[in-house]
Design a protein around this ligand. Structure first.
Ligand code: FEO
Ligand code: CA
Ligand code: CA
Ligand code: CA
Length: 604
């Protein structure tokens, strides 16, 4: 397979050949260097990583697991120093801990309280200062006062907005419903225009436990007051054993605790003592991300997908407008209107407000106040008739009123459930929707939509893919997940095929996807992951010269197809030991920093 020469594209690089092997690959002319790996010490007093003797105390001062969202905020005009904000979405016991297989199908027999504390300390986020040296290479500034970990083990947070302090937010540990320890399953996120870091809480349901099971061994919610809500959110998911040792993760003991998760968290990376805030006005669902933009009249707009099969696309519009006052700007996340999208067959989109007292959102239907509407955002959106989507992942707005929505896949959609915006049954590879808001205004309540690409192999007719015909065998992809614009407004897509990468044979990677002109819908491969890795990030610095990528769970997803693992420990015999290739080290999720050889913008 020869790498094809790029056609007359706005992206000036020669595309990479597709494949799947034990290391990463980048297009010619670029460097892809490791910046931060799981276990790297991030403070001066942090111990060096010792994977065979890991402790929670050490992990609290080391880079966490499964890096996902990456954001950057420059600290000088040259853009050579800045603060890097990284989410740590989840943990994989089978590759973190020696001798342990996948725990969820083994009754969590190996999970001790000590290992669970390490898992909790490896979740959350990392905020660190980084700087670019004379040689053009980025490195951690280990003695920066800004460096901190945010975890569900020890980081106290507060709530803002209509659900803060509500009775349904109160627990034994927090009788005021105003304080929660930490955040989990932070997938994608966003940076606000004033330089704060938004962490989206995605699959929070997986962390909850119950000992009350039915005859089939499934959670029995019949005695629960909130059973309809729990069921709609998939709580408890029983993915982790935390609830065996911590009451707050056990819904039998703390029935309100799930209501305190599934929000957008705001962190001030400039103040290491600042208490993060869960902003309830942005709704509660499995937030994939929280990308922001500003309307022409100065209101903050935040787009967020609910990553679940047949769930919805949302956006939030602040009541007030942006100013130079950072504290006042944060208050924009407490007072505004949350909307859910209806995609009509004629190519129009309507944003329907989730406001208590309007339409069906009344006490008669179980919504006593705006707090109920927000805690049960999914139920409220059901009542409004929102359009069920093929798993909305990242949504990237551009300042001109355009937004791109990644719909990753939905193999459970039946032929009689397709609609114009989700046109394929049993969609294994997903698609991307382009939204044009009315008047180029992201705060508009209507607009139009179209499908930019339908993903998958265009040479296989039954896949039903739709690409620009110039797209090569290297350029097409499946399961779009995260995306970003570069400094010149060009779109880049990263993929997460999960265990189903076997359907394409391709590794996950980063693709440049043209949105304009004759090459609209043309895709080129720029970077690919080592086997089993999912690609997260991506994030371009404002000057366009640096691109941050996050390789998540290398050596896991799909290795069961490749080497017959599934319930075995991947730790002892992984499909790759990327990025260290040290026989004493398992593969490590890592942030990769991409620069152009000789300097300059990435794609010019
Ligand atoms: Fe965590 Fe929706 O990917
Ligand atoms: Ca994701
Ligand atoms: Ca993004
Ligand atoms: Ca995903």
């Amino acid at each position: 397979r020869q790498a094809a020469a790029a056609p007359d594209s706005r992206y000036k690089f020669k595309e990479l050949a597709w494949g799947n092997d034990e290391t990463h690959h980048i297009a010619d002319g670029y460097d892809a260097d490791m910046l931060l790996r799981w276990g790297d010490p991030i403070t001066t007093d942090a111990p060096e990583f010792d994977v065979m003797n890991q402790t929670a105390a050490a992990q609290l001062k080391q880079f966490g697991y499964n890096n996902d969202y990456v954001g950057f905020w420059p600290l000088n005009d040259e853009g050579t120093r800045g603060v890097l904000c990284v989410n740590h979405e989840y943990t994989n016991e089978e590759v973190m801990f020696p001798g342990l297989g996948r725990q969820d199908n083994q009754d969590f027999a190996g999970m001790t309280p000590e290992l669970i504390d390490i898992e909790m300390a490896a979740h959350g986020g990392t905020v660190v200062e980084i700087a670019r040296g004379e040689d053009g290479k980025w490195a951690l500034v280990r003695d920066s006062r800004l460096n901190r970990r945010i975890t569900p083990l020890d980081t106290e947070m507060t709530f803002s907005g209509p659900a803060a302090g509500h009775d349904r937010m109160k627990t034994n540990a927090d009788p005021d419903g105003m304080t929660v320890i930490g955040t989990v399953n932070n997938c994608a996120g966003g940076m606000t225009p004033w330089g704060t870091y938004l962490m989206a809480e995605e699959n929070f349901h997986g962390y909850f436990w119950t000992d009350v099971l039915d005859a089939e061994g499934k959670p029995d919610l019949s005695a629960h007051l909130d059973a309809a809500s729990l069921k709609r959110y998939g709580v408890p998911g029983l993915w982790y054993a935390w609830g065996r040792f911590h009451d707050r993760w056990n819904i039998d003991k703390e029935p309100n605790e799930p209501n305190r998760w599934g929000w957008i968290v705001e962190v001030d990376p400039m103040d290491p003592t600042a208490t993060p805030v869960k902003h309830t006005a942005l709704g509660r669902f499995r937030h994939e991300g929280a990308e922001t933009t500003v309307s022409p009249d100065g209101r903050l707009v935040v787009y967020s997908g609910d990553d679940n099969r047949f769930d919805y696309l949302y956006k939030y519009v602040s009541t007030g407008t942006l100013s130079d006052d950072r504290a006042a700007n944060s208050a924009l996340l407490s007072d505004g209107t949350l909307y859910v999208a209806r995609f009509d067959e004629d190519g129009s989109i309507t944003w329907m407000p989730l406001v208590h007292g309007t339409g069906p959102l009344t006490a008669a239907n179980g919504f006593v106040s705006q707090a109920d509407v927000l805690i049960d955002t999914r139920l409220a959106a059901d009542a409004l008739g929102a359009t069920p989507m093929d798993r909305p992942e990242d949504v990237q707005p551009r300042g001109d009123g355009t937004a791109y929505v990644m719909l990753t896949n939905n193999t459970r959609r039946k032929a009689d459930q397709v609609n114009a915006a989700n046109p394929r049954a049993e969609s294994s590879f997903g698609h991307i929707i382009e939204i044009k808001e009315a008047g180029g205004d992201h705060a508009a309540t209507s607009g139009t939509w179209s499908i930019l690409v339908k993903c998958g192999d265009p040479s296989v007719a039954e896949v039903g893919a739709q690409w620009n015909p110039e797209t090569s065998e290297n350029g097409w992809f499946g399961s779009p997940d995260n995306c970003a614009f570069d400094a010149d407004g060009r779109l880049w897509i990263s993929t997460d095929q999960g265990g189903s990468w076997g359907k394409t044979g391709k590794s996950d990677g980063l693709y440049a996807l043209e949105t304009e002109g004759a090459l609209r819908g043309h895709s080129q491969l720029f970077f690919r992951c080592p086997v089993g890795g999912e690609l997260c990030g991506p994030y371009f610095t404002n000057n366009g010269e640096t691109l941050f990528l996050a390789v998540q769970h290398p050596g896991t997803d799909g290795t069961k197809d490749l080497k017959g693992f599934e319930r075995e420990s991947v730790f002892e015999d992984p499909a790759t030991r990327w990025p260290d290739f040290d026989p004493a080290m398992p593969p490590r999720p890592s942030v990769v920093v991409v620069t152009r050889k000789g300097g300059g913008k990435i794609a010019v």
